[in-house]
Design a protein around this ligand. Sequence first.
Ligand code: NAD
Length: 296
Amino acid sequence: MDLDTSKLIDGNRVAESIYEELRAEIAELSGRAPRVVFIRVGEDPASRFYVSKKKKIALSIGAESDIVILPETITEEELIVKVKEFNKDDGTDGILVQAPLPKGISEANVFNSIDPKKDVDGFNVLNSGLLVQEDLESFAPCTPQGILELLKREKIETTGKHVVVIGRSLIVGKPMALLLARKHPQGNATVTICHSRSENLPEITKQADILVSAIGRPATVTADMVKEGAVVIDVGINRVDDPEAKKGYRIVGDVDFEAVVPLVSKITPVPGGVGPMTVATLMQNTLKAYKLRHSR
Ligand code: NAD
C-alpha cells in the first residue's frame, strides 16, 4: 500500500522540538538544574529499558537524573520510606516510581506517598482531584497530557469537537477525557468515554471528530468505526508475532492502520506517535515541578 505520509502525526519530531525548548530553558536557569529521580523495583526488562531511556533523555536536556534500584523483595512500607526520603530532599524536583510494582505492593499507596508537587507522573490522588478541579498547576498523567500537546502543536482544534475516548483507565482514558472536557483552549470538547462494556461501539466511534483509542488490543479499531476525515490518536502498544522481524515480533497500536489511514485526516502511527510524547511530557513536568518549587 502507498501510505499517504502527510496524514501521519510525527510524535518523534514534536518530542524533539520540545526537548530543544527545554534544553534552552534549562541552560538559562541560574543555580542548579532540575532533578528527577526514577525508582525502579526489581529487574523487569521493560522497566529497566524505560527507566534508563528516561534518564538518558533527562540528561540530554541538561536536567540531573538518578535511578534508584531497589530489590524485588522490598515491602510496601520500605518502598514508601524511600519515596519519602526524596520527598524531603530539597535537591529533588521530580519523583517517578516505575510501574509495574511487584505483587503485594499497592501501586496506589506508593503513588499517593509521592509529594504531589514532585509527582511528575501525575498519578497521586491529589493530582487526580486537582485535574477534576481544572487546576493548571497540578500534574496530569503524561500520556494524555502529551496527546493534548500533540494536538496543539499539530493545530488540531478541540473546541466544540466531539472526541470519543476508548478506554477508562486511570493513566490514559479517564484523564484524557477530563483534559479534553476542560474549559480551556486545548479542551472545550464534547467527550464520550467508551470501554469494554460499551454497546454499539462502532455507532459511537463513527461520530467522533477525534477518536482516541487506549485499549491495548491490536486491530480493534476497524475502518467501519471511523468517520471520514476524523483525527485518530492511537495510544495502544501491542506486540504481534512477526517471523520476518529480527526480534520475532513487532509493535502495533489498536488501530487497523492500513484500512483506517485512507479515511482519516490525521493519524498517529505506532510506534512514533503518542509514545515519544509521554517521555517529552515527563521532561516538561520535571521543569514545571522545579519552577513551581522555586517560585514560592
Ligand atoms: P488498561 O488495560 O488499563 O485499559 C484498557 C481499556 O480499554 C479499559 O478501560 C477497557 O474497558 C477498554 N477496552 C478493552 N477492550 C475493549 C474493547 N474491545 N472495546 C472497547 N474498550 C475496550 O490499559 P491502559 O493502561 O489504559 O493502556 C491502554 C493501551 O495504551 C495499552 O496498549 C498500553 O500499552 C498503551 N499505553 C501507551 C502509552 C504510550 O506512551 N504510548 C502509555 C500508556 C499506555
